[in-house]
Write a protein that binds this ligand. Structure first.
Ligand code: SF4
Ligand code: SF4
Length: 272
């Protein structure tokens, strides 16, 4: 087991940026286990998306987080996903291999993992995007690593890029100091452009309550976000998807773009 090493932390964050991460930070697994989403994960409905991204997602199950063995620290990375780069969200239909944005994150993680093993003898583990497949709640990890906050659009919001980022994590068998959280909270004084922009009214009512769950901190900030309502729009997007060949892929591969209105309406970081 390795001990806390500030020099190592600095080196890893530097290499993460050099290898493609726009944001990067650490959170100790111990504190991540106490974060709101992980504490409540077994209590709230889980929407299963991982098999093929098709609507098995109307089913809900009770979930359990499977924490990576021997892991001490999570390295969380983000890449920016600006409005003028919709191709990062394209995926093949039928779904296979994830979006280009996710592929970019996986490539960056694999490069960091290779660097760690080659240069430091540290064997980390790339974590699935899906908690039900061995992943973690990425937004909580990003907040505790000091990369941003959970916004009133139920998304992770960073100072640099607002909610227009995509996240991925890896587990490391080394103790490294957490790089957050910070007090960043642009939503406290905002007119909530995100909630007003939703075409389906997914933020119109509070769907979780502290009484039901016994926690002050609720999923979706203040318990206001109806995933099932959001999914009505996603289903509409899927049905109306434009079929476009993806560069470098087989002609039969097609793309789909989903609603991001609550992202684009957010003024935070929209110059980047
Ligand atoms: S639009 Fe305002 S309330 Fe919504 S996420 Fe952005 S800063 Fe927060
Ligand atoms: S993604 Fe679209 S439908 Fe879903 S909550 Fe955001 S604005 Fe509403």
């Amino acid at each position: 087991m390795f001990d806390v090493d500030n020099k190592l932390s600095t080196e890893i964050l530097k290499i993460a940026h050099e290898l493609g991460a726009d944001l990067a930070g650490f959170v100790a697994i111990k504190s991540l286990k106490d974060s709101p989403s992980h504490k409540m994960y077994s209590k709230v409905p889980v929407y299963t998306l991982s098999e093929n991204m098709n609507p098995k997602d109307d089913q809900t199950t009770q979930g359990k987080v499977v924490w990576p063995k021997k892991a001490e620290t999570i390295l969380i990375i983000a890449i920016k996903h600006p409005e003028d780069t919709p191709s990062l969200d394209y995926w093949c239909n039928p779904y296979s291999g994830g979006t280009e944005g996710n592929a970019q994150l996986i490539r960056t993680n694999h490069k960091i993992l290779a660097w760690l093993e080659e240069n430091k003898g540290i064997k980390g583990e790339d974590l699935s995007y899906f908690v039900e497949d061995g992943g973690i709640c990425l937004k909580d990890a990003a907040v505790l690593a000091g990369l941003g906050v959970i916004g009133k659009n139920n998304m992770f919001v960073s100072p640099q890029f607002g909610p227009r980022v995509r996240l991925r994590a890896m587990a490391l068998p080394v103790k490294l100091h957490s790089t957050g959280p910070t007090g960043f909270d642009p939503c406290a004084s905002c007119e909530m452009y995100c909630r007003k922009a939703c075409p389906q009214g997914a933020f119109d009512e509070k769907v979780f309550s502290s009484n039901d769950y016994g926690h002050e901190e609720l999923p979706a900030r203040e318990g206001v976000y109806a995933r099932a309502t959001c999914k009505i729009e996603m289903k509409k997007n899927t049905d109306e998807a434009e079929l476009v060949p993806i560069d470098g892929k087989d002609e039969s591969m097609r793309v789909m773009v989903c609603c991001r209105a609550c992202e684009f309406a957010c003024p935070v970081g929209n110059k980047n």
